[in-house]
Unconditional design. Sequence first.
Length: 395
Amino acid sequence: MAGGQSKRIQARQDLAINGADPAFSESLHVGRPNIGSRKKFLKYAGEIFDRRRLTNNGPVVQEFERRVADYHNVKHCVAMCNGTVALEIAIRALGFKNEVIIPSFTFVATAHALHWQGITPVFADIDPATHNLDPESVRRQITPRTTGIVAVHLWARSAATEELQAIADEHDLGLIFDAAHAFGCSRKGTMVGNFGACEVLSFHATKFFNTFEGGAVLTNDDELAEAMQLMRNFGFSGMDSVIHAGTNGKMIEVSAAMGMVNLDSIDNVIEANRRNYHAYREELSGLPGVDLLSFDESERQNYQYVVMEVGEQCPVTRDEIIRALHAENVIARRYFWPGCHNMVPYCELYPRAGQALPNTKQVADRVVVLPTGTTMDVGMVRTVVSIIAVLLADH
Ligand code: T4K
């Protein structure tokens, strides 16, 4: 069977937590990389070696940027070495300082990108239905020191862009989107990349679209794009002249080559994710107290995260489900538990931040992210759900 799958789970004695062999001999991961044509990649690599142009805005990076910008129907794509540095550069290029409002329910890089630059991340709560920033909570966190908002399109489902832009305009704040999850997604027909001052992508190996490591900023603002192009290359303009404070945020040529190859197969990856998501939906329906977060299928979606919520009616806890899955080599994740505000250094610096975040706590305590991607098939999805079903039936 696929994925080292070795047994069917029909009764409690079939579960690894009750002493049986694990359902999968190889671990299933949420972030198992999707990899396009090796042959095409090796051809690119050969050409890169022949040219001896390995980095510093080489021809493959430039072509990759054009393709990503076109894919998102946006004017500029500024490719970077990873999503975190792309966030840092975007934040600096926009002149954010003092306090910036972000969700706590996100990957910790969103907060670190601010803290690393001496900016205070102020955590706002989420809407428990969407898991995205609650605009009313954002409003409540605004102070005279607030300079910006970094909203996240969590799980690739777009944030409340219109309300957030209205708040930013009203209070003269900068607004950017951490779109690390939302490559290739749209909101009301407009592609991600076109909201706020700019939007930041991640192409980390675990993202459904990867460049090994990598990231980018998408924007329609010519000046901002130019500033970020300078900033990712130490601020150099020409050989000897530095005209901006910069860092090293450049994407290398082989990363861009991986991106080109993966762009060629992106439709297959999205289709695999969509198929797995529907299989999970179908198999999980009817199980007590568990729900799958849904995608609006009238929009462009990448379906890269399959997010199950464990409610109060469920006969077992979220962590019991995680434990049972891990015993079967299904490495489901509790993303983004316990929320950034409970992680170092934020829990030490802002010990009372949680008081404003009741929905963050509630959601972080009930989420299970399940494996998907091209290394999963429907049979494997069925086995994963059968583990949960037997566990629930046993209680
Ligand atoms: N903003 C948001 C909202 C983000 O989600 C992220 C990144 C960022 C910003 C920052 O972007 P980057 O600077 O990373 O470009 C992972 C990823 O490392 C991280 O990129 C991602 N978000 C986050 C959601 O997930 P971990 O620490 O939970 O997982 P990791 O990297 O240990 O990988 C999980 C499992 O996947 C591994 O145990 C095994 C498997 N795996 C992983 C890699 C790297 C593979 O099979 N092959 C691999 O090459 O953070």
